[in-house]
Write a protein that binds this ligand. Structure first.
Ligand code: PLP
Length: 464
């Protein structure tokens, strides 16, 4: 064996040089994001046709790779970091989050066991705890960071299944378990029912009120009917900030019904949960302390790029009973520590807490309050302009950073307006359908969105 085996990675001096160039690129990008078109240019297949069919046999110089990144990749990027990206829901990257991301990649650790990286496990415990404090939720809850609210929904449902039918882990569910969501609950809960073997037809969609909130009376009645039919209600999901309109379900009432019938209550705060950091929105979280599990996406309003979902439960022992499966090569002699791989599906787990720690420390609670509050103020202002106009109407109350509205002239005019705004290239807004009517959604929450962006969007909307 030769003892002078060369390092196969990029030489450190080259890494330093290219690293400086990449940081410069990022700094320019963050400073000038608004100069890019929000939406990617091009048609499906444009990038694929431009790229070679197979990867290179011989390595290529980094200069060339970075040049192609600029020329081929960037034009096909839809810029979620653009201050005028108002579609779907906000996900933007603050500078401290980007620095944390860089260091996460450099360390490249796996947070599966405490022993596989004690810092990753303990920072995950600490940051999830800090977040409970910011939200005023029970400090005793067990917290972990997963990739998505969708994964959290699956974990919640499997824990609920474990509690309702402990034997299901060995033999599968009985086929009698019933889950309850509202007509506006995110599809990830229904997907969880598919994945957990509960079955899509065992998910009941409970009616909502005029403001798109779950009707607890209808939930109680559905549970009563299922019990009378000999079925086993076991799980319900309430939402803090539904996807279409950011409605806040009446969690205290739903929690009471769940407690009465022994259902696991999962609260989906993916979209709106982090607004509980604001004193004026703390009431959004009323009743959440009664839940069995809760998820909040830091990768939505908290300026952390995908992925960073904080998942909590009051019953970690049930979650562990649902997932733990000892393999010899993963056994350690450590006692008194959390091995996060035992509480979820993934074995390999990113060091997600590092970015969260950077962001929570860099902005502090006051900085985060300022970031969240500004979006709400901008949305309230836009909502007022729409309410006061003769041409448009609000389609849902404006209580978060989301404004849902439509033209009084009907669906065709609303759709035409959305297409006109997006086609001009300066803004990106998206849509939903509410009570059968086409509705434009303006989702405000990007850290780089300024007042002028919202004012000019209103200018584009109200242009005759
Ligand atoms: N729940 C709600 C209310 C959402 O709005 C979304 C996404 O927008 C999700 C869950 C899914 O989140 P994720 O993409 O983290 O799975």
């Amino acid at each position: 064996m030769p003892d002078d085996a060369p390092d196969l990675d990029m030489p450190p001096a080259d890494f330093r040089r290219h690293g400086h160039a990449v940081i410069d690129w990022i700094a320019d990008y963050l400073e000038n994001t608004r100069q890019y078109p929000v939406l990617a240019a091009g048609q499906p297949g444009d990038l694929r046709h431009r790229l070679p069919e197979s990867a290179p046999a011989k390595g290529e110089p980094m200069e060339k790779i970075l040049e192609d990144f600029n020329e081929a990749i960037v034009p096909m990027v839809t810029h979620w970091n653009h201050p005028r990206f108002f579609a779907y829901f906000p996900v933007s990257s603050s500078a401290p989050a980007i620095l944390g991301e860089l260091l996460t990649a450099a360390l490249g650790v796996n947070a599966m066991l405490w022993k596989s990286c004690p810092a990753a496990t303990e920072l995950e415990q600490t940051t999830t705890q800090w977040m409970l404090d910011w939200l005023g939720l029970p400090a005793a809850w067990f917290g972990m960071i997963v990739d998505s609210a969708s994964s959290a929904a699956l974990q919640a449902m499997l824990a609920a299944r474990q509690r309702a039918e402990p034997e299901s882990r060995a033999v599968g569910p009985s086929g009698r378990l019933i889950a309850y969501v509202s007509e506006h609950t995110h599809s990830s809960i229904e997907k969880a029912a598919i994945a957990a073997g509960i079955g899509q037809s065992s998910v009941r969609h409970i009616a909502v009120d005029a403001e798109f909130r779950m009707n607890p009376g209808a939930l109680a009645e559905a549970i009563r009917l299922d019990l009378a039919a000999g079925l086993k209600p076991f799980f319900a999901a309430a939402t803090i900030g539904t996807t279409s309109t950011t409605a806040i379900d009446p969690v205290p009432g739903i929690a009471r019904i769940c407690r009465e019938h022994g259902l696991w209550l999962h609260v989906d705060g993916a979209c709106g949960g982090s607004l509980g950091i604001l004193p004026e929105c703390r009431h959004f979280l009323n009743g959440v302390d009664q839940a069995d599990s809760f998820v909040v996406n830091a990768h939505k309003l908290m300026t952390i790029p995908l992925d960073c979902s904080l998942f909590y439960t009051r019953s970690p022992e049930v979650l562990r009973a649902a997932f733990a499966l000892g393999a010899e090569y993963l056994k350690t002699d450590v006692s008194g520590a959390v091995d996060y791989m035992d509480y979820g599906l993934a074995l390999g787990r990113r060091f997600r807490a590092l970015r969260l720690w950077f962001v929570m420390r860099y902005f502090g609670r006051e900085g985060m309050v300022a970031i969240l509050r500004r979006s709400l103020q901008m949305a309230a202002w836009l909502g007022e302009q729409i309410s006061a106009s003769a041409r448009f109407e609000l389609a849902a109350p404006v209580q978060t950073g989301l404004v849902c509205f439509r033209s009084r002239e009907g669906d065709a005019a609303t759709r035409e307006l959305m297409n006109r705004i997006n086609a001009a290239g300066a803004f990106f807004v998206s849509h939903t359908v509410l009570n059968g009517q086409f509705t434009i959604r303006v989702a405000i929450g990007n850290i780089r969105t300024e007042w002028r962006d919202v004012e000019e969007l209103w200018g584009a909307i109200s242009k005759p």
